[in-house]
Design a protein around this ligand. Structure first.
Ligand code: ARG
Length: 623
């Protein structure tokens, strides 16, 4: 037994079936939960309340019948004391002390109770994450796509599945051609040196070329209508003319790129390299595993789009609508059709995503594709998922349907409740945020632990600062918006990254003292682990939480909600802190208790370390 809840749940189900047979309503659940009050036991089952209405019997009677069956179940009685019916019909369960020790010892194995699935049950999971855009710096909006996406990838990896990360890099389309054309002009005029070009300069070029392309056609029409005079007319005409020229040159650049014109391709490639080098560097700092191998830009699919749309038309999946091609989705309850080709013939963001799904499912063999993308793209993904299904692109070669899931996240807000921006209204650069968090963390570490060397302090500050930003992002309910606050996320108290890192540091420091004061080597706990005897209520609280770890990882992966694992780790750290405050470990009354508590503490440390690692947060030995 590693997870008593699962074990008890199964025993309850068979007891309910044995007690009521066919009279049991379908989907009846034991409703088993940890007890709020340890006086009444470790777990409480509320099944009888729900069943009472459906079965027309008083809940106490139902509870007693279930309890009687449980008492006859050897498997149940091996782990639990005799069940007790209480109040209107609760069933209280208290684990046997020996069973609890056994379960804890089993959890203390290499895998911490998370065993690899059988070969046949290993899933291929594609995680779409990061999704930066060409010639742009990573800003706070990419934080969530990167941090949540990477945590989801880690969660599925931790469960033993095969994970393929995909950074759907926005490197194709008219705006990209526009900036490529602008850079090429600069190079041709000798104003830009591709070798020393920076991302900052590229981003400025992007913005200025975008402005040039924005024709004030409406302004010109109004000027004509209101007869604004020759000077204003001339100015507006020149602006519109310039814009038309710039647009034409962007379109020419797109054609050149599409036909692999080396003069344009080499400039474009260089822009890609500059953008990605900065992206990978930030991901490395974020401790998020996003690499060149995991990057498949939109350009990768460019040559497939024509064939893909032809395939959709041929099979009647896409139809013409006002000169454009669309996939109708009424049968999926979606009013808005998915546009796959514009009237002028251009393809869209959605067309590329369809190609990406086809590749992920049919070439990579994905069982599941998870998209860590902003909630504001919800309609896009509903449309694309439905269109892909209609087109049969979600069917794998073995005939199974892949599961597509938009792990949508909310917006990062500033103090004023609007999307987080700099004072001048610009997007906040992710590198600036990380620098500031690390600087603040360094000041805090310096104050807390002045004895650390500078090198050590720097490394710790980097882990604490970036960990704080990541944890704040991961611990908030994924779909909700949250307010960005350095003060809150860097606090050493509360549900924060530093608090969890510090909880682990406390465990580690117990083991340094154990060695200094008692000569206890940690390897003892591997070689001949002492018995864990759970007596005090605080010990029990820690023990019961520990046993929930595998379930917490599983639940977070399956729901694609890392915040569930965060909440679990926070609870565990809190329970450990109460345990540590009321149960002496090194100063325990006897040797057996000391060793038992040391092993329990060590197990807490192992789970905290593993959990932080699954979230992509660096665990620390000291801070
Ligand atoms: N580059 C896109 C953006 O900035 C995000 C890409 C998300 N992934 C996808 N498969 N569409 O909005």
């Amino acid at each position: 037994m590693t997870d008593p809840v699962t074990e008890l749940h199964e025993c309850f189900l068979s007891a309910m079936r044995a007690a009521f047979g066919g009279a049991l309503p379908e989907g009846a659940s034991p409703s088993l939960a940890a007890s709020k009050n340890p006086q009444f036991g470790d777990f409480q089952a509320n099944a009888a309340m729900g069943l009472s209405k459906a079965m027309g019997k008083p809940p106490r009677e139902i509870a007693s019948a279930i309890a009687e069956q449980l008492k006859k179940d050897e498997r149940f009685m091996a782990v639990s004391e005799s069940p007790e019916v209480a109040g209107p019909g609760f069933i209280n369960i208290r684990l046997k002390s020996a069973a609890l020790s056994r379960a804890l010892a089993a959890l203390d194995g290499v895998a911490l109770g998370i065993d690899r699935p059988n070969a046949g049950a290993v899933e291929t999971v594609v995680v779409d994450l990061c999704g930066v855009n060409l010639a742009k710096q990573m800003h706070v909006g990419h934080l969530r796509a990167t941090v949540i996406g990477d945590a989801l990838a880690r969660l599925w990896e931790r469960l033993g599945h095969k994970v393929i990360r995909q950074n759907h890099f926005g490197d194709w389309g008219l705006p990209i051609a526009m900036v490529t054309a602008a850079v090429k002009r600069g190079v041709d005029r000798g104003e830009i040196d591709l070798g020393t070009l920076t991302l900052e300069r590229l981003e400025r070029l992007y913005r200025s070329s975008q402005r040039v392309c924005e024709a004030d056609e409406k302004g010109l029409a109004a000027a004509v209508r209101f007869g604004l005079g020759p000077k204003a007319m001339a100015e507006l005409e020149a602006q519109v003319g310039g814009a038309r020229e710039a647009q034409a040159s962007s379109r020419a650049a797109l054609v050149a790129l599409q036909s692999h014109d080396p003069a344009y391709v080499s400039v474009w490639k260089r822009i890609c390299d500059i953008t990605l080098a900065s992206c990978f560097e930030i991901c490395r700092r974020l401790h998020a595993n996003v690499t060149a191998e995991a990057t498949a830009g939109e350009s990768v699919f460019a040559h497939e789009l024509e064939g893909l749309v032809a395939d959709l038309v041929e099979r009647g999946v896409a139809v013409e609508s006002e000169g454009a091609l669309v996939v109708r989705l009424e049968e999926f309850g979606i009013k808005e059709p998915c546009l796959v080709r514009k009237t002028g013939g251009g393809f869209l963001y959605a067309t590329t995503d369809l190609a990406a799904i086809r590749r992920r499912v049919q070439s990579f063999g994905a069982d599941r594709v998870i998209y860590a993308v902003d909630a504001r793209q919800s309609l896009h993904f509903r449309q694309v998922f439905a269109a892909a299904r209609k087109a049969g692109y979600t069917r794998r070669s073995d005939g199974a349907e892949a599961l597509l899931f938009h792990a949508a996240f909310g917006t990062v807000l500033g103090d004023d409740g609007t999307p987080f921006k700099t004072r001048s209204g610009e997007n906040v650069r992710l590198s600036d945020l990380l620098d500031e968090a690390v600087a603040r963390a360094e000041a805090a570490v310096k104050e807390k632990s002045p004895e650390l060397s500078e090198v050590e302090r720097r490394a710790i500050a980097e882990a604490v600062g970036t960990g704080a930003i990541k944890y704040a992002d991961l611990s908030n309910d994924r779909v909700k918006d949250y307010v960005f606050s350095f003060d809150r996320m860097l606090a050493f108290e509360g549900n924060t990254g530093p608090y969890l890192q510090y909880a682990l540091v406390r465990v580690r420091s117990i083991f340094r003292k154990a060695k200094e004061q008692f000569g206890i080597e940690e390897s003892v706990f591997e070689r001949s682990p002492p018995a864990m005897t759970i007596v005090a209520p605080e010990e029990k609280a820690v023990a019961l939480l520990l046993l929930r770890y595998p379930g917490a990882v599983r639940a977070a992966a399956e729901s694609c909600e890392p915040h569930r694992l965060c909440a679990y780790l926070y609870d565990l750290a809190g329970a450990f802190s109460s345990f540590f405050a009321s149960c002496p470990v090194l100063q325990a009354e006897d040797e057996a208790t000391r060793m038992s508590r040391l092993r329990l503490s060590r197990l807490v440390g192992r789970v905290l370390r593993d959990g932080l690692d699954v979230l992509g947060i660096v665990p620390l030995e000291r801070m």
